[in-house]
Design a protein around this ligand. Structure first.
Ligand SMILES: [Zn+2]
Length: 271
């Protein structure tokens, strides 16, 4: 495993699959060189758990939001005020994950869009980045983001676990977003995705696990965990013709800057 500094910018560590051994998962992550990780909520309840987990570990930072596939779990009128309240906390570094999903087809698209716009508006108000999920929804998501970028200026945030085309990458970058690559980039058949990753400007690149999902090739079909982000970094370095250390340094610097993962503001100091 690499000792270059790494940041996993997308992990669902409050998932039930981590209940028994979260401490050893975190220990392995730090041994693999992780200096920070963004822990991502998908509902009001999981966002609360994310806050709780991050309060115990100074190197973990929370993102709170409603995942587009979980919008029928709880009425948005009930869930949203809770998200809004949590999002205003200084320790919360991003809004999400939000976005659009046309794969599962359970949640009506208009409701997904309503939720997405709430997240985008609040993120802009709070000057925090958004974490965007996009599954078979680029044709709905990109025009919406481009329209906002045109009217309001660049959208600060990330297209997480990016798996789109070169044209979709270009449009996301033009709207102001970072692109985050997951274990999908290690899969042998994903030659086209590696070709896209090779062309992304260095200052817009991020890496992530999306743990417990999307394990890199070596752990495929097993539970994913933050330590494995090193394998994704290695695959990204190889397809860009760069060293692992270079890509680790760059993606770490990008994550620190985008999510402002520095020490938390001291609540006792006057604002
Ligand atoms: Zn996710």
């Amino acid at each position: 495993m690499s000792r270059a500094p790494l940041i996993d910018t997308h992990a669902h560590l409050t998932d039930t699959r981590f209940v028994g051994d979260i401490d050893s998962v975190l220990e392995r992550a730090q041994q693999a060189g992780l200096v920070s990780a963004l822990i991502v909520g998908t509902s009001a309840a999981t966002s609360r758990s994310v806050l709780e987990l991050c309060s115990l570990h100074a190197w973990l930072f929370p993102a709170v939001g409603l995942h587009p596939c979980h919008l029928l779990d709880e009425p948005i009128e009930l869930a949203w005020p809770a998200i809004e309240q949590m999002a205003r906390l200084p320790e919360v570094r991003a809004l999400g994950e939000t976005g659009l999903d046309n794969y599962w087809k359970e949640v009506p698209l208009p409701l997904q869009k309503e939720s997405l716009i709430r997240h985008l508006d609040l993120a802009r108000e709070l000057d925090k980045p958004v974490v965007l999920h996009c599954r078979e929804a680029a044709d709905d998501l990109l025009p919406l983001l481009e329209d906002r970028a045109l009217r309001l200026g660049p959208v600060r945030g990330v297209l997480h676990s990016f798996a789109g085309t070169a044209e979709e990458a270009r449009r996301g970058l033009a709207a102001g977003l970072h692109l985050s690559f997951s274990g999908m980039i290690t899969y042998p058949k994903n030659e086209a995705l590696r070709a896209v990753a090779a062309t992304v400007p260095a200052d817009r690149l991020l890496i992530e696990t999306d743990a417990p999902y999307l394990s890199p090739q070596a752990w495929r079909s097993k539970r994913n965990e933050p330590a494995y982000v090193a394998a994704t970094c290695e695959a990204l370095a190889r397809c860009r013709g760069q060293s692992l250390a270079e890509v680790a340094q760059q993606t770490t610097a990008n994550a620190l800057a985008l999510f402002r993962m520095g020490p938390q503001p001291d609540p006792d100091l006057p604002k």
